[in-house]
Design a protein around this ligand. Structure first.
Ligand SMILES: Nc1nc2c(c(=O)[nH]1)N[C@H]1C(S)=C(S)[C@@H](COP(=O)(O)O)O[C@H]1N2
Ligand SMILES: [Mo]
Length: 201
């Protein structure tokens, strides 16, 4: 008799953590970068929250580290079909930054911009309520530069292109504007559970 871990026709049950069309990459962590990897000294890094906010605010490395820490433990999903289970990232919740900058009633979208010029767009409600982080640690160690160190955005419930590496700015917008990959045909939201890979999905 097949046990409970056996599915139809005795095939191994698909891991329920795996969104449709994804595979488990295991211990690997592929690097996907469109631009040359920048070398950013923590002392020169800062993040600014601006646009449709009451108080445009910039935090230096030290100022960001003085904010209440927050961590994410869970899975990440790349549109190129790999998923990585049980990751652990440390930094600060985007909620904490937005509490200080205070989005106006007109703010409905966010453009994340990297120090390199890479951009990606997100609905505001997808980076609030404990769903997004600005992170500088992976597995308790400094975030490797090829993975966005010193600091990247982390929006793990969406495909990973939304998690801008080398993050430097979050700009609150009234209307959605497309970022780098979105202008090149990727989806404006990018929900892996709905396989929103490309525009029109
Ligand atoms: N600045 C920047 N951020 C980026 C990218 C990029 O090319 N530049 N690639 C995105 C894509 S397509 C993915 S899948 C993830 C890859 O992150 P990783 O290299 O840490 O796996 O970063 C996202 N953030
Ligand atoms: Mo990606």
């Amino acid at each position: 008799m097949p046990g409970p871990t056996r599915g139809f026709l005795g095939r191994r049950a698909r891991d329920p953590r795996l969104p449709p069309g994804q595979y488990d990459v295991g211990r690997d962590w592929p690097v996907l970068t469109a631009e040359p990897t920048p070398r950013i000294a923590p002392e020169t890094w800062s993040i600014t929250v601006d646009g449709k906010v009451e108080t445009p605010t910039t935090w230096t490395w030290d100022e960001a580290h003085a904010l209440p820490p927050s961590e994410y433990r869970g899975d990440i999903h790349c549109v190129t079909t790999w998923s990585k289970f049980d990751t652990q990232f440390g930094g600060v919740s985007v909620d904490t930054l937005l509490e200080a900058a205070r989005p106006t009633a007109e703010a409905h979208f966010v453009m994340a911009t990297s120090k390199t010029g890479y951009t990606t767009n997100l609905p505001l409600e997808h980076v609030t309520g404990g769903k997004a982080w600005v992170v500088w640690e992976f597995d308790g160690k400094p975030l490797p530069i090829e993975h966005g160190g010193p600091v990247r955005l982390l929006v793990p419930h969406l495909y990973f292109w939304k998690s801008a590496k080398w993050i430097s700015r979050l700009t609150l917008l009234t209307r959605d504007q497309q970022g780098f990959w979105e202008q090149n045909g990727y989806h404006d939201l990018g929900d892996p559970w709905r396989q929103q890979r490309y525009q029109g999905d």
